[in-house]
Each structure stands twice: as structure tokens, then as C-alpha cells.
Write a protein that binds this ligand. Structure first.
Ligand code: 0X9
Ligand code: CA
Ligand code: ZN
Length: 427
């Protein structure tokens, strides 16, 4: 009680000091002055950090977070209006509240239509169900898609994080492109004939729906935690080095990077894991936003994998192929270096599991001042187009016959990952 009152008084002061238009009863983006160790400290307290810019740390703050900042005697500045001003509202979108972006139902309709329109090249299946019972869809694109031809496979997955709407669209458009271009494009034909492209555009449907209809900044899934808070960060719930430390994930349920009670405790990550083991995946991309960077393992620690040089070379190639499309340069690095450390993420697990090239691609923009999670609808297609050459390159690499890569003088570092054929059928 005393604390709450004090917070309110302090917040009143903060309002006067920092912003006259400040609204206290809703979630805001605020900034606090940066100082040594402060970002890590705020993260450890469960705050949702967005960016560091101009000597300030930007974070998403609920009314409770604002009260906590006040309790911590940390002056903050309301940034919401300023950020919004940088991104003038577009006319009301024709596609409903989420405009051209796909909700769960819209995605379902689109995937169903694709499978119907291309019956020999596409097959729609589910890899499991979300916590709230929504289907986790996987679209397989291959020649004779209905048959299991035991071909090498490439996995493109989107939307572990609910607010990263653009990460649904790029995988979906990739599948659509392969299907539409198959008849007239030799390179697409070759890829689709040689392997299986599996697209799982929406691993976190419950979170996405919550982000569309309730709270745009929602990140995690919608698990009700023991302490009454909601959500587990699906990109901290995978089984490799799960909970390795409290920097790369959190054991606090309310944290935005809460790892859950056990590895693969969530139906969404568990489904992804089972699905991964059922196929001969040779490469994986997990789409996220934002930061405009291509990341590869390790993420849990600042150390190279034993394929570091090969992964760096692939990432460089991807960035070089992407740049000419719209002039955007994607950075690339080991995940722990290029962004920050995380434990229990998708790509560390996939790499540890199978040795395959596994990339997190953080789509543009580069930072929150250029729009953060709010990619313009008119950018959806250009963003897909610039990612396309990187995805085609990865598919080609993934489906290349292993013999092509031997006899190379650098083959210790660039050799294709060992085939997983020997393990298949065991589970
Ligand atoms: O934190 C994440 O899960 C990813 N970034 S995001 O802003 N989309 O939430 C990054 C995961 C990549 N892994 C590491 N950076 N270690
Ligand atoms: Ca096939
Ligand atoms: Zn993300």
C-alpha cells in the first residue's frame, strides 16, 4: 500500500518532469538513461528492453512496470508519441485490424488454398497443437508432395514471438513463391524436385492472436504460470543448454524471456522438436524481428561452433545476395556476439542436435526508431523479395549431393553436416 502510494506520487512527478501528455494507465514505450550495467540489470528484473539509442535504454512498460520504475527511483521519459510520430498512421487497413498481415485464421485459409491449388506440389499438415488448441501448420513443398520420398529437407519457421508479425509473412510468401514459380522457373523447379521445403509460418498462434486483438507488444505464448503471470518465451524453451544461465533466459515467470519449467515444456516447442526429428533437415531458418541481422550458433555462450568458418561464410553469402534487392545490408555474426546471449533458442538446439546450418534471421528494421516491430504493410513484399535469394541459396546448399562438397581442400570446415539417415526410424 505504502509502496503503491509512493509510486503514484513519484509517477505524478515523473509526468510533470518528463512529459505532460503522459498517460499512466496503459503500456508505453519509455526510455531511461543508460549507465554501466543498467541494461543487464533491468533485463534481470524482467523489464522488456527494446533498444539502446542516444545514451538511453528503451523499454516496453506496462502500468505495473511504470510503477516499478518509479519505485526504483529511475526517471523515465515517455517515448510512445515520439516513436509514433516517426511513423505516421497509414489509412485504416482494408484487411481488418491486422491489415495485410495474417492472423491464425487468415493463414489457415491461405495455406489451405495453396495446398488445394497445387495438389502435386504442396501438402498441408499439422505438427501439433498450441496450448489453446490451435493447429500448428506445416506446408510441405516438393514434387510428389503427397509421397514420402525421403528427400533432404529445409525448414523455414516463423513467429516464435507473437509481436513479430512480419516473421509469419516471409515464410508464407516463400512457400507461395515456390509453388507459383515452379512451372516457369528452372531454379525453383530444381530445388522443389530435389528436396522438401517445409514451411511452418506460425509456431505461436495463441500469442499472435493475443497480439492482434489485445496487446500488440505480446511476445510469449499464453501459458498461465504458477504465479498468475502469463507466457513462456518459446525461444528460450528448447532443450540445448536450457537455463544455462540467468542472462540468456529467466527463471522468473513474469519475465519476457521466461524459459518455462522444463525444456520443451510447451506444446509448441515440443511439436517443433518432434517434427524436426521426423525429417532429414539439412538447414533451418527461424525468422524473427527486428535488427536486420543474420545470426548463427552459438547463442548461449560467446564461443564458436566447430563449423564457425563455414557458417560465417554462408551468412556472408546470404547477406551479399540480399543486398542488391532493396539496397539493405544485413549484418551477420555469431548470435551471442551479434545480438546477445540466449539459452534454449531454436538454432542452438537444431545445430547441437544435427550439426546443420541453423540461422536466426532478424528482419528489418535495424532498430526501434525505424519502426521496431511495426513493419509497414507495403514493406511485406519487398522484405520477402530481399530474403528470397538467401532462402534459395540455403535450399540449394541443403539439397546439394554430399559428394559435391568433398574433395574440397577446406572440407574440414565446409563439409556438409553428417547425414542423419542412420538415425532415422529409431523414434
Ligand atoms: O531474443 C531472441 O529470442 C531473438 N531476438 S528477438 O528480438 N526476435 O527476440 C534472438 C535469438 C537469437 N539468439 C541469440 N541472439 N543468442
Ligand atoms: Ca519430392
Ligand atoms: Zn523474436
Amino acid at each position: 500500500m505504502k509502496n503503491a502510494l509512493r509510486s503514484l506520487m513519484f509517477m505524478g512527478l515523473a509526468v510533470l518532469l518528463f512529459s505532460s501528455a503522459f498517460v499512466m494507465d496503459r503500456t508505453e514505450v519509455v526510455s531511461v538513461a543508460k549507465s554501466a550495467g543498467r541494461a543487464a540489470w533491468l533485463t534481470s528484473l524482467g523489464f522488456d528492453l527494446l533498444a539502446e539509442h542516444d545514451g538511453r535504454i528503451f523499454l516496453v512498460a506496462s502500468p505495473e512496470d511504470l510503477a516499478r520504475l518509479a519505485d526504483l527511483r529511475l526517471p523515465f521519459r515517455d517515448e510512445t508519441a515520439r516513436l509514433r510520430a516517426g511513423h505516421p498512421a497509414e489509412p485504416a487497413p482494408a484487411g481488418g485490424i491486422n491489415g495485410d498481415y495474417h492472423s491464425y485464421r487468415e493463414l489457415e485459409a491461405e495455406l489451405t488454398a495453396l495446398a488445394q491449388n497445387y495438389p502435386s506440389l504442396a501438402k498441408l499438415s499439422t505438427i501439433g497443437r498450441s496450448l489453446e488448441g490451435r493447429n500448428l501448420y506445416a506446408l510441405k513443398v516438393s514434387d510428389n508432395a503427397a509421397l514420402d520420398e525421403q528427400e533432404p529437407a529445409f525448414l523455414v519457421v516463423g513467429c516464435h514471438h507473437a509481436r513479430e508479425w512480419i516473421s509469419v509473412e516471409v515464410p508464407l510468401l516463400f512457400a507461395r513463391h515456390l509453388l507459383e514459380e515452379y512451372a516457369r522457373n528452372g531454379e525453383v523447379q530444381d530445388i522443389v524436385n530435389r528436396g522438401e521445403i517445409w514451411v511452418v509460418p506460425l509456431l505461436n498462434p495463441d500469442g499472435l492472436e493475443y497480439s492482434i486483438h489485445v496487446y500488440r507488444y505480446w511476445r510469449k505464448n499464453r501459458r498461465l504460470n504458477a504465479d498468475g503471470s502469463f507466457g513462456i518465451d518459446l525461444n528460450r524453451n528448447y532443450g540445448y543448454k536450457w537455463g544455462y544461465d540467468d542472462v540468456g533466459s529467466s527463471g522468473t515467470p513474469a519475465s519476457e524471456v521466461y524459459r518455462g519449467t522444463a525444456p520443451f515444456s510447451e506444446p509448441e516447442t515440443d511439436a517443433c522438436q518432434r517434427f524436426f526429428r521426423q525429417h532429414d533437415f539439412r538447414a533451418l531458418v527461424s525468422y524473427h524481428s527486428y535488427s536486420q541481422i543474420i545470426l548463427y550458433p552459438w547463442g548461449y555462450i560467446d564461443a564458436p561452433t566447430d563449423k564457425d568458418a563455414a557458417l560465417a561464410e554462408m551468412a556472408r553469402t546470404m547477406a551479399e545476395l540480399m543486398r542488391p534487392v532493396n539496397g539493405r545490408l544485413y549484418d551477420f555474426d555469431r548470435a551471442a556476439v551479434g545480438l546477445y546471449t540466449t539459452n534454449g533458442d531454436t538454432t542452438d538446439w537444431a545445430y547441437a542436435e544435427s550439426g546443420i546450418p541453423a540461422f536466426t534471421i532478424e528482419l528489418p528494421p535495424v532498430d526501434i526508431l525505424h519502426g521496431g516491430f511495426f513493419n509497414k504493410e507495403t514493406d511485406i513484399l519487398p522484405l520477402f523479395r530481399e530474403n528470397l535469394p538467401a532462402l534459395l541459396f540455403l535450399a540449394q546448399t541443403a539439397f546439394a549431393a554430399p559428394s559435391q562438397e568433398s574433395g574440397n581442400e577446406r572440407d574440414e570446415r565446409t563439409a556438409a553436416p553428417p547425414r542423419r539417415g542412420g538415425d532415422r526410424g529409431k523414434d
